[in-house]
Design a binder for this molecule. Structure first.
Ligand code: ATP
Ligand code: MG
Ligand code: MG
Ligand code: MG
Length: 561
């Protein structure tokens, strides 16, 4: 491809509202453009990188025995009503009506569609197991679309679904997907960790998240430096509070107000509760001091206590009628539980003024909370601090903390959907049984952003070979020089014939502009054709190492292969 003709609108300035490095770089390098909040177009270079990721995903899915298909993005509401998720999924599900007033959803995920399809097409144990997948645009009306492709409202997902006859069959299907994910993320050049995750409301058994390590990541992961234990913090806290010793030492919530608590275990000691009562947990910062908040379902809490533990002022309690009128306001959180510190809150309401926070019980709400003043999110360093001193449940080594981007998720669903939607098969004895399902997602567009998040420096992107839009960036210093032009033409052709992808910067631009753009675009090898063109000598520069050297044209091809 010749750069003169390529739509690659690079930007010198960083757009002010782009916080994540990947978001800034994808805009600056002309890979994406925003159409609306959380909705992006992929420009040619972004598209190429995205296609490379898709190719890797397809190869590994096929190798694991999964079969590719494509399902509709537009789903009749009846399907979602049948599974019960029309009501449960909430405002994240994009809903619309057709001209006849029939309700539809834009697919946020495809359990309903695939289960209905399989129910109609597979009836016998002889056709099981089967794993089906697709790569498709998903729609989720995220409360806080942000960080560019990392959290979009329209994004590309690979979703796979397995159907088995038995629990052991599901184990095997799950394991195959798990291993495929390890291969996919490794080939994409990601530094990642598979962590135990919280199965939450879906109620499955095993579930793992694949976390690309990055400080911008919205998840906190806990891992053991000595053994293989790694978990999402939410899951880890659930575990830690499972320990009888911490529950025995717990004191009554009314006596809770202990600043300076530094470990999760210590925090949990203040909660005299059954582990099953914990609904959610997260790390927060209140007026400068870090805290981990564990939320529980049954805590008795009144206005005085709530204000005391929240440490917020200028707030009013809401009446039951007022709460009802608010409906599902953004600031609502689960029932409040408390730690030694202040705080609460769904961190996703950050940025709101006059938010409402509280328990999802009448009379336990505060309004006019100023989120940025009263609540805040923890930084990575804070989280480390909070977690300091916590030990691994397997080998007692001190745990380490890291931030991660959830790039993939594997989940044993069991029979939730096959039962609600009637996907059964007849076994050898002619008895009808519900199929046993698993679901497996990869955020394909999020992977692209995560790759850039991990592979960049102050000058631009530093693509891993497998994802780079082009292998080589050929720079002609002076396109009006006939030697340089002729040698560039020759190399452009030869390298492409040898199977490489080449972007040729044939523009009439100053060398400085070309070098800066080459660094920003970040292809693995830059080949510069300049003054020594008449001697058939070029300069190579490796983007990652910064190493540069001269080569004769004859040496170039063997060097590249
Ligand atoms: P998150 O916790 O980040 O909201 P999720 O748990 O809701 O993600 P899943 O339902 O597990 O997401 O979907 C499978 C995969 O799709 C995720 O692991 C993630 O890689 C990707 N994904 C989910 N939401 C988004 C989004 N808004 N933008 C881009 N990718 C997403
Ligand atoms: Mg989500
Ligand atoms: Mg998640
Ligand atoms: Mg998930």
């Amino acid at each position: 491809m010749k750069q003169q003709r390529l739509l690659v609108p690079t930007l010198r300035d960083v757009p002010g509202d782009a916080e994540a490095a990947s978001h800034r770089l994808m805009l600056r390098a002309g890979l994406i453009r925003q159409l609306s909040s959380g909705i992006y177009s992929y420009l040619p270079l972004g598209m190429k990188a995205l296609q490379h990721i898709q190719t890797i995903v397809r190869e590994e899915m096929d190798r694991a025995g999964a079969q590719e298909m494509l399902m509709p993005a537009l789903h009749p509401a009846e399907l979602w009503k049948a599974s019960g998720r029309w009501d449960v999924y909430g405002p994240e599900l994009m809903r619309l009506e057709d001209r006849h007033g029939r309700e539809f959803a834009l697919g946020a995920t495809h359990e309903e569609v695939i289960t209905t399809l399989v129910k109609d097409e597979i009836h016998s144990y002889k056709k099981l197991p089967v794993t089906l997948y697709q790569i498709q645009t998903k729609f989720r009306d995220e409360r806080r679309p942000r960080f560019g492709l990392l959290r979009g409202r329209e994004f590309l997902m690979k979703d796979a679904y397995s159907f088995d006859r038995s629990a052991s069959g599901l184990d095997a299907s799950y394991q195959a997907m798990y291993e495929a994910y390890v291969h996919i993320f490794t080939r994409c050049g990601l530094q990642f960790r598979a962590v135990e995750a919280d199965s939450g409301a879906i109620g499955g058994t095993d579930t793992h998240e694949f976390m690309a390590l990055a400080d911008i990541g919205e998840d906190t992961i806990v891992h053991c430096p000595s053994c293989h234990y790694a978990a999402n913090l939410e899951k880890a806290i659930g575990r830690i509070t499972n320990e009888p010793s911490s529950l025995q030492e717990a004191s009554s919530p009314s006596s809770v107000h202990t600043p300076g608590v530094t470990s999760i275990k210590q925090l949990s000691q203040f909660l005299a509760i059954e582990p099953t009562q914990i609904i959610k947990s997260f790390a927060v910062k209140s007026q400068g001091s870090p805290a981990i908040v564990l939320i529980r379902g049954d805590l008795e809490i009144n206005e005085i206590k709530l204000k005391h533990v929240l440490g917020v002022q200028e707030v009013e309690m809401l009446s039951e009628a007022e709460i009802t009128a608010l409906g599902s306001v953004a600031g609502f959180i689960g029932p409040i539980g408390l730690t030694g510190c202040k705080l609460i809150a769904d961190t996703s309401i950050q940025g709101m003024v006059n938010a409402v926070v509280g328990a999802n019980t009448a009379d336990y709400h505060l309004q006019h909370v100023h989120v940025e003043r009263d609540l805040g999110e923890l930084t990575y360093a804070d989280v480390r601090n909070v977690g300091h001193g916590e030990h691994c449940i397997h080998c007692d080594t001190e745990l380490a903390f890291a931030r991660g981007i959830e790039v993939g998720h594997v989940f044993k669903l069991g029979t939730k959907y096959s039962e609600s939607l009637g996907a059964t098969f007849t076994d050898e004895n002619g008895v009808a049984e519900p199929m046993i399902m698993g679901c497996y997602g990869i955020g394909v567009s999020r992977v692209l952003a995560a790759v850039i998040e991990q592979h960049q420096d102050e000058r631009g992107i530093v693509w891993p070979n497998a994802i780079a839009p082009f292998n080589f960036h050929l720079l002609t210093m002076n396109v009006t020089d006939e030697h340089q032009l002729a040698l560039s033409e020759e190399l452009y052709t030869t390298l492409q014939r040898a199977g490489f992808t080449v972007l040729w910067d044939d523009r009439e631009e100053r060398p400085g502009v070309k070098f800066n753009d080459a660094d920003l675009l970040g292809f693995p090898l830059r080949i510069t054709i300049g003054k020594k063109a008449n001697e058939r000598i070029v300069e190579c520069k490796e983007r990652r190492s910064g190493q540069s050297y001269e080569l004769s044209v004859d040496q170039l091809l063997p060097h590249c292969q």
